[in-house]
Design a protein around this ligand. Structure first.
Ligand code: COA
Length: 427
């Protein structure tokens, strides 16, 4: 019988779970069950078992991927994207184009559902990376991890002084304050994931997810809300490997998954107190999945490692830019007069009409003031990973045929911004 690529049917879950355990050592170690796989639907607006794709050969599931929908912040705009997760082909059937077929089918499904962007996380240069690159995904960026041992934490605790804040455990009574802090913070970033209340309650309070597919008992977590004179000013989410009941992070590891505050002084208190509690629970190695660069000056104490590699496929460029209209129009407030720019790329073409009152997009592609990006360049400029001037390199920009004013306007509207996907929501 020929290979069929199709969407999930009731009864597939056993074959999918078996395949995931064969293909991913972390699912195997953690002991993924069919009940886990089905329970991912609880409180997660983006996860539905119907959105699994399988490759079937002679009645056996030999390949799989899952489309996980996420609503992400691109500044103040919230954009629906297609997350591609858990791509797997049974070892006996690799190298026959199964994963590539699943990926192409996933992109078709995302397009049919009106989504403008597919995004995934992988290991740079891994088996998966090669497949995604061939299918046409961009090299976007690495996510960051800070790693340090106990002595790094001792030094940080000494240096960061005595300032303290009132601390509460996060629960259903104060979750709205945490959600408010998260939403304000999300708008300052690109790719933080929007979370409705039921998501917070199911995935962070009732269970504790360290990643979209791995969770443990809440007792293994540290979830803190920080207040200054009863005003919520920060929160943190962390995981204590030594209290884990299922094997995911090593036992001696304390993991900071999120640390958020309204300003950098509060942020230091949030991080300090979270690390102090992890250390007092016996953590010896510390991993902090926090934004790269200048986040509270953490790189003075911890080594920064390149972690998961982000790759993207723009399905509908006009649709994507349209969904960012609120953010782009906000940035255009200070531009002079009106400018039209044509953006070309292997993912398609769009015209932008930029004035101080709005940014409008059309699919016309008039080639008036044109900038032609490579697939990597287009995604990097949209996410603000590099500024336009940093990308004047043939790996990113193939051709610029724009007036000086158009270059200035584009640089204003597409400026640099921190890209960060909290680990809890990663797919
Ligand atoms: C990554 C993974 C899913 C790839 O699955 P796959 O079905 O072997 O992938 P494909 O067959 O589509 O592509 C693999 C290679 O076969 C080649 N190929 C594609 N069609 C082919 C065909 N008809 N005949 C022979 N080779 C083919 C591809 O071009 C690719 O070649 P390359 O490695 O030189 O780039 C698989 O290795 C796997 O399950 N790994 C473990 C889990 C994992 O790491 N998943 C990714 C997580 S992000």
């Amino acid at each position: 019988m020929p290979l069929t690529v199709r969407t999930y049917r009731e009864g597939d879950e056993r074959g999918i779970v078996e395949l995931l355990k064969v293909c991913f050592s972390d699912f195997n170690r953690w002991g993924l069950t069919v009940d886990d796989w089905i329970s991912y639907e609880e409180g997660d607006y983006g996860y539905r078992r119907e959105n699994a794709l399988v490759a079937e050969l002679d009645g056996r599931i030999v390949g799989h991927l899952h489309i996980v929908f996420r609503k992400v912040y691109l500044g103040v705009s919230k954009v629906d994207i297609c997350g591609i997760a858990n791509v797997a082909t049974h070892p006996e059937f690799r190298g026959r184009g199964i994963a590539s077929s699943l990926m192409r089918k996933a992109i078709d499904i995302c397009r049919e559902r009106g989504l403008s962007l597919a995004s995934l996380l992988t290991g740079y240069g891994s088996e998966g990376y090669r497949v995604y690159r061939k299918v046409g995904f961009s090299n976007t960026a690495f996510l960051n991890t800070y790693v340090g041992a106990y002595d790094s934490v001792v030094k940080l605790l000494e240096d960061w002084g005595r300032q303290e804040l009132d601390v509460e455990e996060i629960d259903e009574r104060n979750i709205d304050s945490v959600m408010q802090l998260h939403d304000t913070w999300g708008r300052t970033l690109n790719l933080a994931v929007w979370r409705p209340r039921e998501y917070w309650v199911s995935k962070i309070l009732r269970k504790f997810f360290m990643y979209s597919f791995f969770y443990d008992k809440p007792e293994a977590s540290i979830r803190l809300l920080f207040k200054d004179s009863s005003r919520p000013v920060g929160y943190s989410l962390a995981f204590d490997g030594s209290s884990a009941t299922r094997s995911y992070f090593p036992k001696d590891t304390g993991v900071v998954l999120e640390a958020v505050a309204t300003d950098v002084h509060y942020l230091k208190v949030v991080i300090k107190e979270t690390l102090r509690r992890l250390a007092s629970r016996g953590a010896k190695i510390f991993r902090l999945y926090l934004p790269a660069g200048t986040y509270a000056g953490l790189s003075k104490y911890f080594e920064e490692f390149k972690g998961a590699f982000l790759m993207d496929y723009v399905i509908d460029l006009k649709g994507l830019l349209d969904s960012m209209a609120a953010e782009l129009s906000g940035r255009a407030k200070y531009v002079d007069g009106q400018t039209s720019v044509t953006v070309k790329s292997p993912f398609g073409c769009a015209d932008l009409y930029i004035s101080s009152s709005e940014v409008r997009i059309s699919a016309e592609c008039s080639e008036e003031n044109t900038i032609e990006f490579t697939q990597d360049g287009l995604v990097r400029v949209i996410y603000g990973i590099s500024s336009l001037s940093e990308m004047l390199d043939p790996n990113y920009v193939k051709r610029i045929d724009m007036s000086t004013k158009a270059v200035e306007t584009m640089s204003t509207v597409f400026h640099k911004k921190a890209v960060y996907i909290p680990r809890i929501d990663q797919w």
